[in-house]
Design a protein around this ligand. Structure first.
Ligand code: ATP
Ligand code: TZE
Ligand code: MG
Length: 274
């Protein structure tokens, strides 16, 4: 795909959503224990078909039948990393897209080393919070508070551009404003709600959603479309909630119901730099 600013609009995101739902892609998730159920529910609600398959003995075979893959290092251990590696290599051999969510990158040397190894294995898209992206880009001393970001997404844009250039991946940073870059163009997405970081693993479920869109669009447009859909659904879901407790369920309801008009009314996309 030739990247032009026409690819980044609410209309383009709505069309990507329709194509994704029509395809109902099989998305393989190798994700953390915290995120599994909400990720599967989010994928089902938005219109994809999730499967959580991580064992080293079957992860590559499952990758061979999946449309896309998300690798999330949230609760990693040696055998999980082995399963991840095998699935990644299969996707790369088959030329299919996979998304890296470098949860907690910077928190421990092991986590940072695994994230750095996977970032070098040609992910189509890397999606993380500000602290994770800064750490993965090699900013010294960067790293959040475990899985939570201590940085604003704005402050990670330059790191994201450098990471995109170094890895060839499209890099998405989430926060109050989301940003997506290929190292040259930067697209900002507004929407969501301040309650979202108070409900665990919504970022992880977003990375899974990005993988679903990557099954039907090139990486940059897939990331922007998925983030816009999620931003709009998050804003809708948070309306009338008393706190974060019911947010995951409300988010699934909003993702299930979202259409072009709701998307346009609750999220915006702007091209910041080209
Ligand atoms: N202050 C905020 N206002 C609006 N939306 C927000 C805010 N903070 C986060 N979000 C949204 O929440 C979603 C998850 O992003 P976040 O940056 O919290 O992920 P994360 O830190 O990786 O989460 P987790 O690791 O718990 O899965 C994104 O859609 C993002 O736009
Ligand atoms: C809380 C938490 N700890 C490890 S993974 C995870 C889910 C959010 O990333
Ligand atoms: Mg996260």
């Amino acid at each position: 795909m030739t990247v032009t600013t026409d690819n980044f609009s609410i209309e383009a995101a709505a069309a990507a959503l329709a194509d994704m739902r029509a395809t109902r892609p099989l998305v393989q998730n190798i994700t953390n224990f915290v995120a599994m159920t909400i990720s599967a529910n989010v994928l089902l609600a938005v219109g994809a078909s999730p499967a959580m398959v991580h064992a080293p003995d079957e992860s590559a075979d499952f990758a061979a039948i999946s449309s896309s893959l998300v690798i999330n290092i949230g609760t990693l251990s040696e055998s999980w990393v082995d399963g991840m590696r095998r699935a990644i290599l299969q996707m790369n051999e088959d030329g299919k897209p996979w998304v890296l969510d470098p949860v907690g990158c910077g928190a421990t040397p092991y986590r940072t080393a695994v994230a750095a190894e996977f970032a070098r294995l040609s992910p189509a898209i890397i999606r993380g919070n500000g602290s994770e992206i800064m750490s993965l880009a090699g900013a010294s001393g960067a790293g959040g508070k475990g899985a939570d970001s201590t940085a604003r997404s704005e402050d990670a844009v330059e790191a994201a551009k450098a990471l995109a250039r170094e890895t060839g991946a499209v890099v998405a940073i989430t926060g109050a404003t989301d940003f997506v870059t290929d190292g040259t163009i930067v697209v900002a997405i507004e929407g969501g709600d301040a309650l979202m970081p108070l409900s665990t693993a919504l970022g992880c479920a977003l990375s899974a959603t990005v993988a679903a869109f990557a099954a039907v669009r090139a990486p940059f447009e897939a990331a922007v479309s998925a983030l816009a859909v999620y931003a709009a659904a998050g804003a809708v879901a948070a309306t009338d909630l008393k706190g974060p407790g019911h947010l995951p369920a409300a988010l699934c309801d909003a993702l299930y119901a979202i259409d072009g008009a709701t998307l346009a009314a609750n999220a915006s996309i702007r091209v910041e730099a080209a």
